[in-house]
Design a protein around this ligand. Structure first.
Ligand code: S5P
Length: 459
């Protein structure tokens, strides 16, 4: 209910912005010299304290999700927005100069800050992301770390993807296609104008290859046989659901696996939480997996030096190497530690950014993990909270049909958001399935919603 209220509030806020004249339709030439049938200009918001306050409140809701030391706005249009957010949140602001002055301190960043502090960056509109990158460069020169970027409106012309590819955590409050749908619903646009703008957006997307790619196309980019097998299963079963069977008794896991198996493309275990783990249990689980056509993932999150990792993978009571089709790995010990897996046919899933509140993987770390993952022949994809390069499979945990939190630091998003905003390939769902009264019905619902979300995200 509160989610619906949130959407309605956001929509009515946008309509007020629209009345202020922030979007104009006609023939325009953008900063990049690209011709465009619409133009967005947020500067008039500075003349409306009321709307600025409302925007600050919406931004604050998002900003609260991740602590930050500083706030900065990309000059100039985002300056009043950053100021309003600073007043709303009590977080100090710094100012990026557009031009360096040739007198006084010659600083590009004004205000009080310390090296190593984190900064939330605000941008009004993103097109190519060029202005954002300029501001980021100045901040990083001062050793200020950009923790999150909040954009008010995404023109959907490649900027978000560019920043994501560079490993930054970026989020937009509004996307132009949603805005067009809203204006259409309120009958505020002529149908010809709508058609022209939609055609323009589609064309620029195609030009830049920004639409998410289908599983069939993805299959051509993934070289590891396990990655391909997973995609084949997804296509055959029309399922991109990975069930996280975080139960502690082997019988409960076997029961869950056989009752929900026909809806899954993979089942994920934490072997070390199973109180009565045994080779027989794994044998039975393997049989269920083969019968129901799904793969097994061990979510071990390996992260030690090569020698210990190899022992943890091959030895001990779990003997993971003998049954796991895929395992999760942290790259914290460096890429050489991955040679522990070189003789195995298991696919590796790297952890590039976690879904828990306050997690410590910053943009730079994520960027390095993704770079290593792209080059490593055994890494089939990554766990991350944002779009990643399309030659990797994206696995998204922290998915729930409701946009909620578990009250223990897990941040959830819906399948729709995971597929449309992050272009995920597979969702990982645990409690959303096994904790309800009817896990089979839940697995069915997640499978259905996620497949629809995947198909929608192709358009
Ligand atoms: O960042 C992460 C990475 C993983 S693999 N966040 C996660 O939640 N996970 C795992 O996904 C987590 O260990 C758990 O097994 C599952 C999510 O479970 P849920 O019950 O919150 O859906």
């Amino acid at each position: 209910m509160s989610k619906i209220r949130g959407v309605l509030e956001k929509n009515s806020f946008f309509l007020e912005l629209y009345q202020l004249g922030i979007i104009k339709f006609g023939d325009f030439t953008l900063k990049s010299s690209l011709k465009s049938p619409f133009y967005i200009d947020f500067r008039p918001i500075a003349s409306s304290p009321e709307l600025l306050k409302k925007l600050a409140k919406i931004l604050q809701k998002e900003a609260r999700k991740k602590p930050t030391d500083l706030i900065c706005g990309v000059p100039y249009a985002a300056l009043p927005m950053a100021t309003a957010l600073s007043l709303e949140s009590d977080i100090p602001m710094i100012i990026k100069r557009k031009e360096n002055k040739d007198y006084g301190t010659q600083r590009l960043i004004e205000g009080l800050y310390d090296k190593g502090q984190s900064c939330l960056l605000i941008e009004d509109v993103i097109t190519s992301g060029e202005s954002l990158l300029e501001t980021i460069e100045s901040l990083e020169k001062e050793e200020i770390q950009v923790s999150t970027i909040l954009v008010v409106l995404d023109r959907e012309q490649g900027g978000m993807e560019r920043l994501c590819d560079k490993g930054y955590h970026i989020q937009a409050l509004f996307h132009i296609h949603e805005v067009l749908d809203l204006l259409d619903e309120k009958k505020l646009l002529e149908s010809q104008t709508l058609e022209d703008v939609r055609a323009f957006l589609k064309e620029t997307l195609q030009m830049q290859n920004l639409q998410r790619i289908s599983y069939e196309k993805k299959r051509e980019k993934i070289t590891h046989p396990t990655g391909r097998k997973l995609l084949d299963i997804a296509l055959k079963k029309k399922s991109n659901l990975i069930l996280s069977a975080d139960l502690t008794k082997s019988q409960s896991i076997l029961q869950l696996a056989s009752s929900t198996g026909s809806h899954l493309c993979a089942l994920k275990l934490h072997a070390d939480i199973i109180e009565d783990f045994s080779a027989e249990f794994i044998g039975e689980l393997k049989t269920i997996a083969q019968k129901n056509h799904f793969l097994l993932i061990e979510d071990r999150k390996f992260g030690d030096i090569r020698n210990s990792t190899a022992l943890q993978f091959y030895k001990g009571i779990f003997r993971i190497a003998h049954w796991a089709d895929m395992v999760t790995v942290h790259l914290i010990a460096g890429s050489k530690s991955l040679s522990a897996f070189e003789k195995s046919s298991s696919g590796l899933i790297s952890i590039a950014k976690m879904s828990s509140e306050g997690q410590l993987m910053d943009a730079n770390y994520t960027k390095k993990v993704l770079n290593i993952s792209r080059k490593h022949p055994q890494i089939i994809g990554s766990v991350c909270q944002q779009r990643i390069p399309e030659d990797l499979l994206l696995f998204t945990p922290g998915v729930h049909l409701e946009d909620i939190s578990d009250g223990k630091g897990q941040k959830y998003l819906t399948p729709q958001r995971a597929f449309n905003e992050q272009h995920t390939d597979f969702i990982i769902v645990g409690r959303g399935v096994y904790q309800g009264n009817d896990p089979v019905a839940s697995a069915k619902a997640y499978r259905k919603h996620s497949w629809i979300a995947y198909e929608e995200s192709l358009n």
